[in-house]
Design a protein around this ligand. Structure first.
Ligand code: FES
Length: 341
């Protein structure tokens, strides 16, 4: 059975099979609903069901509570339609400009840049390139049918290998392999590009770039992309970690700050050891933003990292700093049990 889905306010329509999610049907039809994890964890795909009924596949309570579900809110990546629907969702222009492809790749290099972080570069088959937007991610397709998602840390502009920043999650199916047996020239299949976390180039608002840990990866792609475009848009990067070693490309950020007049870098550490002699900012990284920029009403914010950081930033920036809700773009890592970005 097929149902008709109508999106408000755009009026776009698409059909949805009874066994597919509303998001999957939208992606198939080229309708740009926002999404991140596709797994019920990040809440990027959250919208409202105005009429019709859906049931939700398993998802995280923090992404959609029972109370919110009762009020008509929905996670479209988990929503199965049972009749024709009218939904309310903010569409993302340009999200389907580059087709999602399945490709083989070879591990070109594996470089340990911190005790628990590896930078992996991938080589594509001869004459193949991947077109994507700065900030998007790819999904590795593992042998057992599972998938693991990683943001692309390399910008889309240059002819250079795709780069990913991979944090070791002990006991994690994929990252244990990356940190033990994986070697150069191993073959990995992936699907991408995915996600609607990418830089909105139609805006000239100053940008706050907010990252925790390896959430720096898509932020790096965004900075390098805007640099390649000779953009003069002001960018302030707040990069948070527990320990100084978590800011594994600190030197690169300082280099950007030295050569890019429109770029400012604020490293923030929450749990430095005394012997590390950390002299910089301390505490929660999103709190540092609020201390420096109490009025965010004229900014855009791009946040990537731990869900708690992303959720706190979204809530507090809107409630306390006047950031318009539709100027906050985020890619929250889901848990290890879901997808590790
Ligand atoms: S919760 Fe739906 S895309 Fe993440």
């Amino acid at each position: 059975m097929t149902f008709q889905i109508t999106v408000q306010p755009s009026g776009h329509q698409f059909s949805c099979e009874e066994d597919e999610t509303v998001l999957a049907a939208a992606m198939r039809a080229g309708v740009g609903l926002p999404y991140g994890c596709k797994n019920g964890a990040c809440s990027s795909c959250r919208g409202k069901v105005v009429s019709g009924s859906v049931t939700h596949k398993p998802h995280q309570e923090r992404a959609l509570s029972k109370e919110d579900e009762a009020k008509g809110y929905s996670l479209f990546c988990c929503a199965i339609a049972h009749e024709d629907l009218v939904i309310e969702a903010r569409e993302v222009a340009g999200s389907d400009d580059y087709p999602i492809r399945k490709m083989p790749s070879r591990v070109a290099t594996l470089e340990k840049v911190a005790p628990d972080v590896v930078v992996m570069t991938l080589q594509l088959p001869a004459n193949e390139t991947l077109k994507f937007r700065a900030g998007q991610y790819i999904e590795f397709m593992l042998r057992d049918g599972k998938r693991r998602s990683y943001s692309l840390a390399s910008p889309p502009d240059q002819d250079q290998p795709l780069a990913l920043h991979i944090r070791h999650m002990p006991g994690g199916l994929f990252t244990d392999q990356v940190f033990s047996t994986m070697k150069e020239r191993d073959i990995l299949r992936f699907e991408g590009p995915m996600g609607t976390f990418f830089v909105r180039e139609d805006s000239d608002k100053p940008m706050v770039l907010l990252a925790s840990g390896t959430g720096f990866a898509p932020i790096k792609a965004i900075v390098e992309h805007l640099r390649a475009q000779n953009s003069t848009r002001p960018m302030t990067l707040y990069w948070g970690g527990r320990r100084p070693q978590d800011l594994y490309m600190d030197a690169l950020c300082r280099q950007w700050e030295a050569i890019l007049p429109n770029f400012t870098y604020v490293p923030v550490i929450s749990a430095a050891l005394p012997e590390e002699n950390w002299r910089g900012r301390t505490g929660f990284v999103h709190a540092a933003v609020m201390a420096d920029l109490p009025d965010l009403s004229g900014h855009q914010v791009y946040a990537c990292g731990a869900p708690l950081m992303v959720e706190s930033a979204k809530r507090d920036f809107a409630a306390l700093c006047g950031l318009p809700e539709d100027e906050f773009f985020a890619d929250a890592f889901t848990t290890e049990a879901d997808i590790n970005k």
